[in-house]
Ligand binder design. Structure first.
Ligand SMILES: [Zn+2]
Length: 261
């Protein structure tokens, strides 16, 4: 249930001076919800146990794990969201993963922790999916593509320093994009053989679907860079899909990406 922000604020204020359970009872809010608000509040203030001052590759020259960053960039460009909630001081990045792919949640969380080692990462459950969330005021520094509106309604271009990282780690970017907005599918057909039996032929391929022309171009440019053949396929009159179907290219993708799990 969505509680009004005032209730959250009253709960947090009361909890700082009193007992959580009593506060929850007094406000008629479940204990778990109050506990979650306290956790979120501490995460936003960088006050979780073990949390250190948030530092940044761009602002403070911190070393950056390039492969983890390229993967996280792929997840963000595909289906990630960066928001600054009203009245909060810190941006959050959330990557929604359906519950059928727990491996993706682990991979997303590991990449967040590698790229933002001093920041808080948590999982927020919703029906059928779990969002892996990271809080950091430096998210806009590392993801300058953040802006108002949907990604397909604005220009998405990589900065020079991002392109350098992608050139050094092209496969993690491709993996992140496929993990967020792509899939591996297998089409099949049968053919009659001379002896009267039938043989089944399978055609595996990878498909990436994104409404942003710019994001699809970043994907296909990176495929060109690693030597994977691709083509655009259409949905209605709009070319939203990039498909990799040539045998050698699919084999190369299988070697580096594989199926979602
Ligand atoms: Zn920064």
């Amino acid at each position: 249930m969505n509680w009004p922000p005032e209730t959250r604020d009253r709960a947090l204020t009361a909890c700082r001076s009193g007992k959580t359970n009593a506060v929850a009872r007094a406000l008629g809010v479940p204990k778990g919800t109050v506990a979650w608000w306290i956790h979120q509040d501490r995460a936003e203030r960088g006050a979780l146990p073990g949390a250190r001052r948030s530092t940044c590759h761009r602002c403070d020259g911190d070393e950056l794990d390039g492969a983890a960053y390229a993967y996280l960039l792929g997840l963000y460009l595909g289906d990630g969201h960066i928001v600054l909630p009203k009245k909060h001081r810190v941006h959050n990045l959330s990557i929604a993963c359906t519950d059928t792919w727990p491996g993706l949640m682990d991979a997303a969380e590991a990449a967040m922790r590698a790229v933002f080692p001093h920041n808080s990462v948590c999982r927020v459950r919703a029906r059928g999916c779990t969002s892996v969330k990271l809080y950091s005021k430096h998210l806009p520094c590392l993801f300058p593509q953040h802006g108002p509106g949907m990604k397909h309604t604005r220009v998405i271009a990589l900065d020079g320093w991002q392109q350098q990282i992608v050139d050094a780690h092209p496969w993690p970017l491709i993996r992140g994009l496929i993990h967020s907005d792509g899939c591996r599918v297998t089409n099949w057909t049968t053919a009659a053989l001379a002896d009267g039996s039938t043989k089944r032929y399978e055609y595996p391929r990878y498909i990436f679907t994104n409404k942003s022309d710019d994001v699809r171009r970043i994907f296909s440019d990176t495929l060109d860079f690693v030597g994977v053949g691709w083509r655009t396929s259409r949905r209605g009159s709009d070319p939203y899909h990039v498909s990799v179907a040539r045998r050698a290219s699919v084999a190369l993708m299988d070697e580096h990406i594989g199926a979602k799990y």
